[in-house]
Design a protein around this ligand. Structure first.
Ligand code: AMP
Length: 285
């Protein structure tokens, strides 16, 4: 497996693959890989001729008071996981190469970036959109794979790709969970045993809400109050029922919705969500 650290070298490599008629799939990550990441990689390896993963802890999406320094860096394991999942090349640029002195160009995606995660992390989506645009320019993928785990991020990337005519297909992949329901996340390693136990209230709360929606509940207030009551072991950041495409709050479940939540378990911020499509999932009674 090839490891490339320079944007221009990455481009040359990808251009050579494209010249051979190969289609490239990209899985952007920040490393500290788990089976959620690997699920995206396996699908890229199965559906594209060449599967590339990027591993880059992006300083532009962390505020000064956040966990950039502590963010887990597990390079050797990441390489092994990527290779086992069928990745042919890892693009792992250096921060100094990505953001050289006087770097001053950022991508802002309006509307879908508002609310939800932006409320506590106002810098976040500008950093994400910028780094993903840069990764796209270096790797030149035909397709890129993102997890529904970060639902708002998916919506932001889809919008950016469309608005900037990037011509890259964005594939949104389902959330991979631990056996007990907790959504896999690189940040789960921050949790103590007791916090890990408490964190389960998050997935339990949104599963109960899905159940209620499947049984016909349509009122956003009722649904989010139920979730609030069940997420009682963490400090709630937000609980919102939003339109699945625009990420704008909705008063009722009419079209496809995302129930998105975030909470602090100790000092660790965890996010989770479920999508609900009433036309497909509503039970007949
Ligand atoms: P990250 O390394 O956390 O930036 O995540 C890289 C990609 O993996 C993003 O598209 C995430 O949405 C996706 N991802 C992270 N956790 C999961 C999960 N539990 N299931 C599916 N995809 C995930």
């Amino acid at each position: 497996m090839k490891v490339i650290r320079d944007a221009m070298e990455m481009r040359e490599w990808s251009l050579a693959q494209r010249a051979r008629g190969k289609r490239i799939g990209l899985v952007p990550t920040m490393g500290a890989l788990h089976d959620g990441h690997a699920s995206l990689m396996r699908v890229a390896a199965a559906h594209d001729d060449i599967a590339v993963a990027s591993i880059f802890v992006n300083p532009a999406q962390f505020a000064p008071n956040e966990d950039f320094d502590q963010y887990p860096r597990t390079w050797d394991e990441d390489v092994a996981i990527s290779e086992a999942a069928g990745i042919q090349a890892i693009y792992a640029p250096k921060a100094s190469g990505m953001y050289p002195p006087n770097y001053s160009t950022y991508v802002t995606v309006e509307g879908v970036s508002d609310g939800l995660c932006s409320l506590t992390r106002p810098h976040f989506f500008r950093g994400v959109a910028t780094v993903v645009a840069k990764l796209f320019n270096a790797v030149l993928p035909h397709r890129a794979y993102f997890g529904q785990k970060d639902a708002q991020q998916c919506a932001v990337i889809k919008r950016m790709t469309r608005d900037l005519d990037m011509g890259i297909e964005i594939v949104e992949m389902p959330i991979v969970r631990e056996a007990d329901g907790l959504a896999m996340s690189s940040r789960n390693r921050y949790l103590s045993g007791e916090e890990r136990e408490r964190a389960l209230c998050i997935s339990r709360a949104i599963f109960a809400a899905r159940d209620a929606m499947q049984h016909g509940e349509r009122d956003a207030q009722t649904i989010t109050s139920g979730v609030r009551g069940r997420m009682n072991e963490v400090q709630i950041d937000y609980i919102e029922l939003v339109d699945a495409a625009t990420m704008r709050p909705v008063p009722r479940v009419e079209g496809d919705v995302t129930l998105a939540v975030a909470g602090f378990c100790g000092s660790t911020r965890l996010i989770d969500n479920i999508k609900f499509c009433p036309d497909i999932e509503a039970s007949p009674n």
